[in-house]
Design a protein around this ligand. Sequence first.
Ligand SMILES: Nc1nc2c(ncn2[C@@H]2O[C@H](COP(=O)(O)OP(=O)(O)OP(=O)(O)O)[C@@H](O)[C@H]2O)c(=O)[nH]1
Ligand SMILES: [Mg+2]
Length: 307
Amino acid sequence: MSWFARLKQGLKKTAENLSKAVPWGGDPEEVLEELEYALIAADVGIEATEEILAEVRQSSQKNLKEAVKLAIMLQLEPDERRRKLRKLGFKPDATKKFVAPKGHVVLMVGVNGVGKTTTIAKLGQYYQRAGKKVLFAAGDTFRAAGGTQLKVWGERLGIPVIQAPEGADPAALAFDATQARKARGHDLLLVDTAGRLHTKHNLMEELKKVKRAIGKAEPGEPGEVWLVMDATVGQNGINQAKAFHEAVGLTGVIVTKLDGTAKGGVLVPIVRALGVPIKFIGVGEGPEDLQPFDAGAYAEALLEGAA
Ligand SMILES: Nc1nc2c(ncn2[C@@H]2O[C@H](COP(=O)(O)OP(=O)(O)OP(=O)(O)O)[C@@H](O)[C@H]2O)c(=O)[nH]1
Ligand SMILES: [Mg+2]
């Protein structure tokens, strides 16, 4: 299956509402009314939905579907690109783009069960295929199974894993792993952390300490702090995301489990609330199901996805 076919397959549940419930080709006002409900049902959020409708109404594009694709894409792009895109019109870029991390250490954070550990494994494979020498740090020292899970992935992929005994200080492990990366000459260190609720003060403090420890071992690192979010939680995940952003300063978001939800529009309010780009999306459990995020391909898949 091609990359784009996989994306369409993964976004099918969300795309179904947008392409089926909306009477494309009918009376434009009726189309926009149905579109409004469909976008809200997809968890795009009321504010963004209103902006999308206003953008479509102002558009010189006669084809409503194309105008909607551009409006969705504009919601997800950084400001400078947004201005350019508005001039250019909708040109989906369904080519796979490479996501180059800043620096050498990526810290992965998020609440329990969102997909952090499996995403690290998938990212490990992604960067390995791009020719990078990857190292994992099993920073989930909270549960013995957390470290073992990453160890198994590491063995399968041929990626070494820095581990510590259950209950060990995750900040000490992160410090150790960051030094080891430099000493061993690996290009990229992916640091796993135990899942935690954003409301648990001591656990959020622990996360800050992990980040500081990485910076002590190597100034300027971690170059990236990525929050993993579960799309099935929809807009309820936004307050969680804000709390993580406040605590550790996110540089990117990875949204997983888009295949399991009709709320795939949630990417829009996430970007609005955090002002942080989406780096990858997960559209299934397989390693190929983690894809670099491309707003154009996403908008295209949402509007053309469901058969
Ligand atoms: N369907 C689907 N499942 C996914 C996706 N990403 C991850 N998962 C599944 O989500 C489950 C939990 O994944 P983990 O990686 O263990 O989650 P975690 O965030 O590390 O969990 P904790 O360490 O307990 O906080 C696994 O069964 C994964 O296969 C996705 O994009 N789609
Ligand atoms: Mg985990």
